[in-house]
Write a protein that binds this ligand. Structure first.
Ligand SMILES: [Zn+2]
Length: 96
């Protein structure tokens, strides 16, 4: 199902359709993120229990080093982790 003959293109078997994907957009699991991941919840949507339990804001960052969650100031360029004290840039581009 997976044709790996071409060096630049990988074929993903998605719902039995072969979808060509640029190799740079896959395999991200191998790369360790060195930036805070930004998580944004839609205020109109259902709020997950862990958000209300841990009293997290609707927008928070996940530390790339220790996965701690921390409140983000608006458009903060970098943030020091309250847990591991490492300062990392904030990845505002790829919010989820
Ligand atoms: Zn940390």
């Amino acid at each position: 199902m997976v044709n790996d003959a071409s060096p630049a293109i990988v074929i993903l078997d998605v719902n039995k359709n072969n979808v060509p994907v640029d190799r740079t957009s896959v395999g991200l699991a191998d790369e360790k993120p060195e930036k805070w991941s930004v998580v944004k919840w839609n205020p109109a949507g259902p709020i997950p229990r862990r958000i209300s339990q841990q009293n997290l804001p609707l927008t928070y960052g996940v530390c790339p080093h220790c996965r701690a969650r921390a409140e983000l100031s608006d458009n903060a360029f970098s943030l020091e982790c309250p847990e591991c004290k490492k300062t990392s840039e904030v990845d505002w581009v790829n919010t989820c």
